[in-house]
Design a protein around this ligand. Structure first.
Ligand code: SAM
Length: 285
């Protein structure tokens, strides 16, 4: 028997979990997500000795439980990988960064990038590697990458920057050697796996912070040359997605870029100040 199958999830419990997930994270759970909800929350219901999903929802909602973070962490889907949708990094290399470099002669060597929904950090590390590979005098730039996510467990992993070497099967070996250090491990242990840690040179370019995209006030003030918010929109409904693109627009000047995930399309982007310039790649008008 599965660890969670003996706990029943009633219609009303499912409905209150769906509502709470939506109001706190913007994530829209359809009817097909019942099993996912059971699978994600049952371990916590048991751990807390609460006996039912309904009791768990009441516990999360009670002001003093401090459970909201765990609740959010449990429902997020954090799948990611190094150089995922690599065409975006190619476009940064061929088009975006050279454009920013040309502009630097006039307006200074400043560069701001935001990885919104960065999960365990692979995306911002790939951004840091791309900047470092293309901009030869990067140390003379005021270049920063902001990487944010709702899930604190993911952010902790992202900050450590430690990954199993097998995650780099599609990454050129010279990139791994240049930007990651191999960590010692017990080679006599058949279960031990080699792993690597991002070197300080790329770790120091990135600031990791918790940020719920649904929060009304984002703390960022400056403008971003590049925003990557990939494979996050799929969990939101259409009005939420569009409202987010409009909010991103307020943080971008004309000629900046927004990258979304492969299945995330903005309808009539020009109506909200963007134009499509490549695969799920938008330029601010
Ligand atoms: C599938 S991962 C995508 C990771 C990376 N951007 C990529 O494309 O590989 C989606 C991430 O969005 C985050 N997320 C979901 N809802 C969020 C919200 N309301 N605010 C901030 N991050 C959120 C999740 O925690 C998760 O880490």
């Amino acid at each position: 028997m599965d660890a969670y199958s003996s706990l029943e999830l009633s219609d009303s419990e499912f409905s209150s979990i769906k509502d709470l997930v939506f109001s706190t994270t913007g994530i829209c759970l359809g009817e097909s997500k019942r099993e996912l909800v059971k699978r994600r929350f049952a371990p916590r219901v048991r751990e807390l000795g609460l006996g039912s999903f309904g009791a768990y929802v009441r516990f999360v909602k009670s002001n003093d439980s401090g459970e909201m973070n765990q609740f959010c962490n449990a429902i997020t889907t954090n799948l990611t990988s190094f150089f995922r949708e690599n065409h975006h990094f190619e476009f940064l290399t061929s088009t975006v960064i050279p454009k920013i470099q040309a502009r630097a002669a006039v307006s200074g060597r400043r560069l701001r990038v935001w990885s919104a929904g960065c999960s365990t950090g692979q995306e911002p590390y790939c951004l840091a590697i791309t900047l470092d590979s293309v901009i030869r005098d990067l140390s003379k730039w005021d270049a920063r990458i902001l990487a944010t996510d709702l899930d604190e467990n993911c952010l902790a992993k992202a900050r450590r920057g430690i990954y199993p070497l097998e995650d780099f099967s599609k990454t050129p070996k010279e990139i791994v050697a240049k930007y990651f250090s191999e960590l010692p491990y017990d080679k006599s242990d058949v279960f031990a796996k080699p792993s690597v840690q991002a070197k300080a040179a790329i770790r120091n370019q990135i600031v990791f912070n918790k940020l719920n995209l649904m929060h009304k006030a984002w703390p960022m003030k400056g403008k971003f040359d590049v925003i990557m918010c990939r494979n996050v929109f799929i969990y939101f409904d259409k009005p939420t997605q569009r409202a987010l693109v409009e909010r991103f627009g307020k943080l971008q000047e004309s000629g900046s870029y927004l990258f979304l995930g492969h299945s995330e399309v903005v309808q009539d982007p020009q109506e909200i100040g963007y134009r499509l310039v490549g695969k799920t790649t938008y330029e601010r008008l």
